[in-house]
Structures are given as C-alpha cells and as structure tokens.
Design a protein around this ligand. Structure first.
Ligand code: ADP
Ligand code: MG
Length: 221
C-alpha cells in the first residue's frame, strides 16, 4: 500500500512561504494506477519526487509498504528507494557509456538481487520489445526505445511503486502512444502501484483514475 496523508510542500521566501502542495492525500493498493494532470508549475514533479522519497515534504505523512521512509536514516532510505521504487523520467536518464542491458542492470548493482539480475534484465528487455537491442548503446536507440529501456530499468528490482514523470513528453505522438501502452500494460502490473504524470488525456485515460493537481491538492475527476 501507498498512503499519503496531508502531504505539504512549502518553500520559505522573504515574505510568505511559497505553498506548492497544500494537502495531498492518496491511498493506493498494488495493481492500482492513476494519472496526475495539471498545468506546468502546479507541483506535479514536486509531488512525484516526494512520493518517490527523493524530496522531503514540509508536512504530512507518507507510508509505503507499512514503512515511513522519512523516518529512515539516509543509507536505509537509499536502500528502500532502490528496492521499492522505480522511476521513469521525461528524459530517459540512461548512462550513455552503458548498453541497454547494462543500463537495466544498474539498479541491481547496489541491491542484492539474489543473482538473477541478468536473466531478469533480458526478460524485461524482451517484454518491452527490445530483445534485439540488448547490446545497443543509448545513442544507437530511438527516443521511444530509450524510454522502453528506462521502463525496464524501473522494473528490474521488482518495485512496489513505479513513478513516471511525463514519460512521453519528449516523444512524438505515435511513439508516445506505444510507450504509453507499454506503461499501462507493465509486466507485473498487478503487483505494482503506478503513478503517471502526463499532459496527454489519451495517456491518462489508460489508467484506473485521473486526478487533477490544482491549488495544491489532488482532485479526482
Ligand atoms: P510541475 O512538475 O507541475 O511543472 P514542479 O513541481 O516542477 O511543477 O514545480 C512546482 C513549483 O515549485 C514551481 O512554481 C517551481 O518554481 C517551484 N519550485 C520548485 N523547486 C523549488 C525550490 N527549490 N525553491 C522554490 N520553488 C521551487
Ligand atoms: Mg514537472
């Protein structure tokens, strides 16, 4: 389960605090998927970064799999994030000097994966349609293929939560559609909590529920 309770994010300024997230509450179970929409600057990435434990909230509570990530020590939190959370960003964030297969394997280098990482990475690249591209470098892949590698990498440690921040934002419409379809049909989807930030209504409709982030809170459509 992922439970966000009254999450706030404020930035101090010389005058009043800048309030980005006023009160965000959300409860999701494995297999649940949502889209988060809203205009540029409304706080979508801020919210995703907090749910992904990359950024600290100013108030409220986050529980993932019955753990409070923000009460953990830095090394505990890093380990928790590596094992429990998968990220897909707008830019693929692949390592340019590593092949597709090596990029998918990177998160397993710091998590003791029990030794099945290599077989699993190959299976995931197969599942995202890149069986013939495992040894390609990122520069040798198209934009859509790079995002597919990023999706496989996000899944390699069997995360409880997958967070995607405008994953099709840099792709043309057709390529975006196919990466969107891939996300909506993630391998192991029934075990994963999936949160996708997008400006695309078409992509948003692929998920269970659509929320608008407005005035620092999530409103269900
Ligand atoms: P979105 O992803 O919806 O486009 P963001 O979450 O990136 O929006 O940003 C939300 C708001 O938070 C923006 O107005 C941005 O300027 C502000 N913001 C982000 N980081 C900081 C920071 N470190 N200090 C002050 N304001 C910030
Ligand atoms: Mg953003």
């Amino acid at each position: 389960m992922l439970i966000a309770d009254s999450i706030q994010k404020r930035y101090p300024t010389r005058g009043d605090d800048l309030v980005i997230l006023r009160s965000v509450s959300l409860k999701m179970a494995p297999g649940d998927s949502i889209a988060v929409m809203g205009p540029s600057g409304c706080g979508k990435s801020t919210l995703l970064n907090i749910l992904g434990t990359l950024d600290q909230p100013s108030g409220g509570n986050l529980t993932i799999d019955e753990s409070d990530p923000f009460s953990m020590s830095e090394p505990e939190l890093a380990r928790f994030r590596n094992r429990r959370i998968g990220f897909v960003f707008q830019d693929h964030h692949l390592m340019p000097q590593c092949s597709a297969l090596e990029n998918v394997l990177l998160p397993t280098l710091v998590s003791d994966d029990g030794g099945d990482g290599l077989a699993r990475a190959r299976d995931l690249l197969d599942a995202v349609g890149l069986a013939e591209r495992v040894d390609h470098m990122p520069a040798e892949l198209s934009g859509g293929e790079r995002q597919r590698v990023a999706v496989a990498r996000a899944l390699i440690n069997r995360p409880a939560v997958v967070l995607a921040d405008e994953p099709t934002g840099n792709l043309d419409r057709t390529t975006g559609e196919s990466v969107g379809a891939l996300l909506a049909g993630l391998p192991g989807r029934q075990d994963v909590i999936l949160i996708v930030v997008t400006h695309s209504e078409r992509l948003a409709r692929r998920f269970d529920r659509i929320f608008d982030l407005a005035d620092g809170a999530l409103n269900s459509r």
